[in-house]
Design a protein around this ligand. Structure first.
Ligand code: NDP
Ligand code: GUE
Length: 301
């Protein structure tokens, strides 16, 4: 039996429709600002994709493309301006940053209420405390995809391969908050296959092409492939592959493709987070109580 393939775009469309409906109830169209430093081709392409999608769903968006040699002080000055600008609802600084800029300094500087990536320590802490306000886009997009397809998370054994701040760690928190039994594996994990075979829900986020092979997967498991690896074929043509070997489709119950799986969910969730951020800010300004947002919603009171 072949796995059911969970395509991202139709689910992303559902998430975007919900976000657009919420945006239309706000006093002003949400405004997302994306900051990119340098000309890394992957970053240029991702930022273009995010800005295009924002335009498609009718959100305002601005891209600041700064030169590779931008200093940390210059970037922090721009963030300070954006933090103070009431017309800006969401700020995303595309990662990775050039070596002269400390990532942590930048992520600390973004106003937690405008932090649509959910990388500020306050948002990270609230997520782990079980009071998430703005949560990282790829993990939140994966949770939406699982819910959309009726995958039972409560009580399930979830195994995540990868422990990055971008994907593995925040996804562990979201799955734990949703009552899964969570294991996080990484490059020092012994006998990775024995660990992954325990998973009802297996998430591969290692950046390692074909890492997850069929014998590492419990028959019928839901397999989420986060990996985006650019490989070059013998004919010299570049294409994208995930962290999951194609033969896993013969074992898994459900499987996300690459491309066209988690990637589009990430972009949709970014725009949903921008609407969420705008809701938080308008509620704070008009003193409306927002439940379940922890301290982030209370910041400006
Ligand atoms: N589809 C999407 O929307 C997105 C896709 N991605 C993609 O997901 C992948 C992961 O991204 P990101 O989390 O940023 O990557 P990082 O490189 O930051 O982290 C990779 C993680 O995987 C672990 N790892 C690497 N190799 C192995 C291995 N052989 N066995 C077990 N664990 C391993 C590392 O372990 P250790 O900590 O020990 O080094 C690390 O924790 C990449 O391909 C990236 O392009 C990323 C973001 C969004
Ligand atoms: N501050 C910050 N936030 C991020 O969320 C962030 C980041 N930095 N740096 C890089 C990673 C990577 N990432 C992706 C987004 C979309 C696709 C995506 O749309 N992928 C398409 C294919 C795109 C293509 O063809 O190149 C797909 O999988 O179908 C992939 C990866 C967000 N990231």
């Amino acid at each position: 039996m072949k796995a059911q393939i969970l395509a991202g775009p139709p689910v992303a469309a559902a998430l975007l429709a919900d976000a657009a409906a919420r945006a239309s109830r706000l006093p002003a169209l949400p405004h997302l600002v994306i900051v990119r430093v340098g000309d890394d081709p992957a970053s240029v392409s991702y930022v273009r994709g995010k800005a295009r999608k924002a335009g498609e769903v009718g959100l305002r968006n601005t891209v600041h493309a700064l030169p590779e040699a931008t200093s940390q002080a210059e970037l922090l000055a721009l963030i300070d301006t954006l933090n103070r600008d009431d017309d800006v609802n969401g700020i995303l600084v595309q990662l990775p940053l050039p070596a002269q800029i400390a990532e942590a300094a930048v992520l600390h500087a973004i106003d937690p209420r405008k932090d649509v990536d959910g990388f500020h320590p306050l948002n990270v802490g609230e997520l782990w405390a079980g009071r998430p306000a703005l949560t990282p886009c790829t993990p939140a997009g994966i949770m939406y995809l699982l819910a959309h397809h009726g995958v039972q998370v409560a009580g399930a054994r979830a195994v995540i391969v990868g422990r990055s701040h971008l994907v593995g760690r925040p996804l562990a928190a979201l799955l734990l908050n949703a009552d899964a039994t969570v294991t996080v594996a990484h490059s020092r994990t012994c006998d990775l296959g024995a660990v992954t075979r325990e998973a009802d829900i297996l998430i591969a986020a290692a950046g390692c092409p074909g890492l997850i092979t069929p014998e590492m997967v419990k028959p019928g498991a839901t397999v989420i492939d986060v990996g985006i690896n650019r490989v070059v074929s013998i004919e010299g043509k570049g294409h994208l592959v995930g962290d999951v070997h194609p033969d896993v489709a013969d074992v898994a119950g459900m499987l996300t493709p690459v491309p066209g799986g988690v990637g589009p969910m990430t972009v949709a969730q970014l725009l949903a987070n921008t609407v969420r951020a705008a809701e938080l800010q308008h509620a704070v300004r008009s003193d409306v109580a927002l439940p379940e947002t922890g301290v982030v919603g209370e910041l400006a009171r």
